[in-house]
Design a protein around this ligand. Structure first.
Ligand SMILES: C[S@@+](CC[C@H](N)C(=O)[O-])C[C@H]1O[C@@H](n2cnc3c(N)ncnc32)[C@H](O)[C@@H]1O
Length: 178
């Protein structure tokens, strides 16, 4: 199943448009490629999309955007100015079909994929680079904030929107020394 762009995609897209110009951009969990396309259209220096789902990778490549099948950063070699991620962030609900859990569920608590992403992202972000990530009020924050402090990163909420059951936030994450 390829994730149909939704409120979370559209909110993050607004910020990708603002941040992408001239940057080398990696879009993790690219899905339909909506965010990678926004980076291309807003004059990013280069754009690479990645997803664990081969169907999504094929779709993005068919749009002429370089894409790679990768479990988070497993197959990613380089460093980027801007890494973007609209992650699966919901706590697991066993009633949800497995196919849609892959695009929505961040693990038992909902924060597990984000924690793995952040641990790996620090080796792939340039010194003055930026991570833009989408978080929901349904995603537990405690372990994310602890990890950011441990790995020497800080965050700022740059955008937010209330939707039906949750509120969404875009976080800008950078090295502490920036
Ligand atoms: C919420 S969707 C976001 C899709 C798209 N970026 C958007 O904003 O509409 C999450 C995406 O992450 C992908 N994904 C889930 N687990 C992943 C992993 N471990 N590594 C890479 N991508 C993953 C899913 O296949 C899905 O395309």
């Amino acid at each position: 199943m390829i994730y149909e762009p939704s409120d979370d995609s559209l909110l993050l897209e607004e910020y990708v448009k603002k941040y992408a110009k001239g940057k080398s951009v990696l879009d993790v969990g690219s899905g339909s490629g909506i965010l990678a396309e926004a980076a291309v259209c807003n004059k990013a220096g280069s754009v690479l999309a990645s997803d664990i789902n081969p169907e999504a990778v094929a779709l993005i490549k068919s749009k002429g955007i370089p894409a790679i099948k990768s479990n988070l950063f497993e197959k990613i070699k380089s460093k980027f100015d801007l890494i973007i991620f609209n992650p699966p962030y919901l706590p697991r609900d066993s009633r949800e079909p497995k196919s849609s859990q892959l695009v929505t569920t961040g693990g038992k608590g909902g924060d597990e994929i984000i924690l793995r992403f952040l641990k790996q992202a620090r080796s792939h972000i340039k010194n003055n680079g930026i991570i833009l990530i989408l978080l929901s009020s349904l995603t537990p924050r405690k372990r994310i904030l602890k990890l950011l402090a441990e790995i020497g990163f800080k965050h700022k909420v740059v955008g937010s929107r209330k939707v039906f059951m949750e509120s969404l936030e875009v976080w800008e994450i950078k090295h502490n020394n920036q």
